[in-house]
Design a protein around this ligand. Structure first.
Ligand SMILES: C[S@@+](CC[C@H](N)C(=O)[O-])C[C@H]1O[C@@H](n2cnc3c(N)ncnc32)[C@H](O)[C@@H]1O
Length: 355
């Protein structure tokens, strides 16, 4: 008996919905032009909107009519356009920061454009971002300050939304000094230091004294307990930390580089410290859409991947570490605690690290 599936017309709808490109581009153009910021709920004349947004009047009217037909923006009268609930989500000051994730001029836009190279990525297994943009994502951020600022703002919001689980799912009372390796703007570290007044922190990332990071730490009132250190996590890390925290770092890198970063953490942590990896962990349970979406994004941007617990353990093993404990959280993120074991506890190492 063949399996009952969708009808042929439902199958067409599914495929067309998945493959149509006009809608995603139209919404991104509306977001990039800040249309929701220059429009009102009751509506304004398209020529005024075009002038405020720096757009061609006729082209903008056609874009808005397209979006109105799909439920974003309203058209209360000919040539007059206003906001509705989906359009209001595109305001720059909306706490969801949707506009910034859709802004084609920002870091998210640069990441999205890399999908133009997905075919070559799937043919070769190589990341699309450098092929599309001429240099790696991290080189792009280093060269273009507006992209770096945009990425910081995206990561800060993302980071804050996901920090509570990290704060509540680990015995931080036992630690003294936390080194947040690739800690970005310090949103997670400032949460941790606020929640645990005995903790001290080192925020370690590529950018020297990033103004965003200092502002985040000062706003949280924890700047006096946190050092901001610029450096490369492929080089030796500051020593003396009890915890070397790596959140959303390992998944940015293919195996050899991931092992090299873990090895730097292991060297700095020594036998007394711990390396705490906070990442999504691939399991076969639950809705796979978010996880597979992020996995494809990692492939496209960096040639890297989301990993299972066994895969993380193999990387840590190649960096001379062993899993002490793993804790799932209420999100897809897990906390994986690794340490350098005593020599007699360690079996032979497989070495796949970057030379
Ligand atoms: C995806 S973000 C994660 C930020 C932060 N850990 C979080 O969870 O919000 C990756 C971070 O790695 C940093 N990074 C990339 N390459 C680096 C390197 N070679 N050395 C130090 N930091 C690096 C980036 O600047 C960025 O802040």
């Amino acid at each position: 008996m063949p399996e009952e599936g969708p009808s042929e017309s439902e199958a067409w709808e599914t495929l067309i919905g998945l493959s149509r490109l006009t809608e995603p581009w139209a919404v991104r153009v509306a977001a990039t032009l800040h249309l929701a910021d220059v429009m009102s709920d009751e509506g304004g004349r398209v020529e005024d909107i075009a002038s405020l947004a720096g757009a061609d009047r006729t082209a903008l009217e056609r874009l808005l009519r397209f979006l109105v037909a799909r439920g974003v923006f309203t058209q209360p009268a000919p040539g007059v356009f206003g906001l509705n609930a989906p359009a209001r989500l595109l305001r720059d000051d909306h706490p969801g920061r949707m506009r910034r994730w859709l802004d084609l001029d920002g870091a998210a836009g640069a990441m999205d454009r890399a999908y133009g190279g997905l075919l070559e990525t799937v043919r070769t297994g190589k990341p699309a971002y450098p092929a599309v943009h001429g240099r790696s994502f991290w080189e792009d951020l280093a060269a273009e300050s507006h992209l770096a600022a945009s990425f910081s703002s995206l990561m800060e919001a993302h980071s804050l939304a996901l920090s509570d689980d990290v704060v509540s799912s680990y015995p931080w009372t036992k630690a003294g000094l936390v080194v947040d390796v690739g800690g970005g703007t310090g949103a997670l570290l400032s949460r941790l230091l606020s929640a645990f007044p005995h903790l001290r922190g080192v925020l370690f990332d590529l950018v020297a004294e990033s103004p965003e990071a200092l502002a985040v730490l000062e706003a949280a009132g924890v700047a006096d307990r946190c050092e901001v250190t610029a450096g490369d996590f492929f080089a030796p890390l500051p020593t003396g930390g009890d915890i070397y925290l790596l959140r959303n770092i390992v998944h940015d890198w293919p195996d050899p580089e991931a092992v090299a970063i873990l090895r730097r953490c292991a060297e700095a942590a020594g036998k007394a410290g711990r390396v705490l990896v906070v990442e999504r962990v691939v399991t076969n349970d639950g809705d796979q859409r978010e996880l597979t979406g992020m996995d494809l994004r990692m492939l496209t941007l960096f040639g890297s991947r989301e990993r299972s617990l066994e895969e993380f353990n193999a990387l840590a093993g190649a960096a001379s570490m062993r899993l002490e404990q793993s804790r799932a959280t209420s999100s897809a993120y897990w906390l994986l605690e690794y340490r350098v074991p005593d020599a007699h506890q360690m079996g032979p190492l497989s070495d796949t690290s970057r030379q």
